[in-house]
Ligand binder design. Structure first.
Ligand SMILES: [Zn+2]
Length: 484
């Protein structure tokens, strides 16, 4: 460290600034402001400048007055900003001096929040850590954390020995479940510890009265977003949530959730049961595994899944509906016996329902074409495909949602789209409005197994609701007592 003989020793109390002054030689120099030196906005006098994060120290103030910029000339600054410092007069010589005792060896702990553009090394150097030491620390961290994943807003706890310009400890939590602690082991090495929090998996019940909407009510009553989303999907096609709900309707969800040991819910898991009492009718959904597939059934054992999906491509709009229209290429009015989805070439196409592939190949104006027989007199067809999915060939079996091919523009077509048809008993019908049989009706052994499952859930929910009711009654009584 260095010292100006005309003044009291001071430079070494600001290791970062000392470096600045020396490194700049006789020229105007710039350097990164250490985090503790950059209150926002920069204060009006040098003592204030020095104060944040440091004990009051006349030396710091004096150093800044002698060699620092004029406080009035400083714009508002933030950690990491560069400031220009005037070099000392040419007749000043710099010498080593000892640190004031109160600053000599006590590690200083800084709480830092990562800002846009920050790097680990930049932050550490900004706090007075020597660049070599900062690099060694980041290297030690690399086994458990990729420094490029450092995100804006991340809180860091950094202990620095200002005298030695060494990092002593770095603690941060890259996620709610993980805390990393880097600590100095000896002069040359760091030790990294990973502290992991185990999530608690539990089953929870949410009962809500519908206010604005079903999902809003469920979220407000504490159900996790994932479970609410599952509920909406389960009942899709059975309820029009925007039209059919009204204030006073109720819902009950029973689901898995994962939470931190301190209670904060991290995410919802499987939805095991849902009940909606809306518009005077009750809908129930029981999660049940059958035939190698987990799906939701009503109390009678009928699947809530649609027999046929409405949209074999997800997220794309219908560009042409079912019915009479002017043909885009032939120019005259004719029947459009399916619906078109405008989607880019290569968009995955999914089987609308379980079934057998009765035709896979070229089919005239349809181009690459797939037809599936779903039983019950229902078939679906998919046209203009760019190609078929692996393993898809005539005679094979598919399940609802299986990938069967990709959108294209083969055959007579003006551009990439999926032409989708539903054929019932040999006649083309509107895929959006055709009545559908239930996807699955449980029978025999499966139905008996399902009925036992339903009885179990009924018993559990009854117990849970009684417990909740007792709690509610108790708190109501207590409230009444405190009122009186
Ligand atoms: Zn079409």
């Amino acid at each position: 460290m260095f010292h100006c003989p005309d003044h009291r020793p001071r430079a070494a109390v600001l290791p970062a600034l000392a470096v600045i002054a020396v490194a700049g030689g006789a020229a105007l120099v710039t350097a990164a402001l250490p985090g503790w030196l950059a209150p926002t906005p920069f204060h009006q006098d040098a003592a204030d400048v020095a104060a944040p994060g440091l004990p009051p120290d006349d030396d710091i103030a004096a150093w800044l007055l002698d060699f620092g910029p004029s406080p009035a000339a400083l714009p508002a600054t933030a950690p990491g900003d560069a400031i220009a410092l005037q070099p000392p007069p040419e007749d000043h010589a710099w010498q080593h001096f000892d640190l004031p005792p109160h600053l000599a060896s006590t590690p200083r702990t800084h709480d830092v929040v990562v800002a846009s553009g920050d790097t680990f090394i930049g932050v550490l150097v900004g706090l007075g850590v020597a660049p070599d030491d900062a690099r060694a620390a980041v290297t030690a961290l690399k086994d458990v954390f990729d420094p490029r994943r450092l995100r804006v807003g991340q809180a860091l706890e950094v202990a620095v020995d200002p005298a030695q310009r060494r990092l002593e400890r770095l603690v941060f939590a890259p996620s709610a479940l993980q805390t990393l602690e880097l600590a100095r082991k000896d002069d040359a090495a760091f030790e990294v510890q990973v502290h992991t929090t185990e999530l608690v998996l539990e089953r929870a019940l949410t009962h809500a009265r519908v206010d604005r909407s079903v999902d809003h009510a469920a979220r407000r009553a504490g159900a996790p977003a994932e479970s609410v989303q599952q509920m909406l999907e389960v009942f899709r096609g059975h309820v029009d949530f925007r039209r059919q709900t009204q204030p006073g309707d109720e819902l009950l969800l029973w689901y898995d959730r994962e939470r931190l040991p301190d209670g904060a819910v991290m995410r919802g898991g499987d939805l095991h049961y849902a009940r909606l009492d809306i518009g005077g009718r009750t809908l129930e959904a029981f999660r049940f595994e059958h035939d190698g597939r987990t799906e939701y059934f009503d109390r009678s054992g009928q699947s809530l899944r649609r027999f046929l999906l409405r949209q074999p491509v997800t997220g794309y709009r219908i560009s042409s509906g079912f019915g009479m229209r002017r043909h885009p290429i032939l120019g005259y009015m004719r029947m459009h016996n399916g619906i078109d989805f405008a989607a880019p070439t290569g968009t995955p196409i999914h089987a609308a329902g379980d079934g057998r592939l009765v035709r896979v190949g070229r089919n005239g104006g349809y181009g690459n074409y797939i037809r599936i027989d779903h039983g019950n007199g229902y078939q679906t067809a998919y046209a203009h495909l760019s190609r078929f999915a692996r393993g898809i060939s005539t005679g094979g079996r598919v399940r609802q949602g299986d990938l069967i091919g990709y959108v294209g523009s083969t055959g007579v077509s003006t551009g990439p789209h999926l032409h989708f048809e539903v054929i019932r008993n040999g006649r083309h019908v509107n895929p959006l409005t055709v009545a559908q049989p239930p996807a699955t009706q449980l029978a025999g052994d499966a139905l008996r197994r399902f009925q036992r499952h339903v009885a179990q859930i009924d018993a559990i929910l009854k117990r849970e609701q009684e417990r909740t009711l007792v709690m509610q009654t108790t708190s109501t009584r207590l409230a009444a007592r405190s009122d009186g």
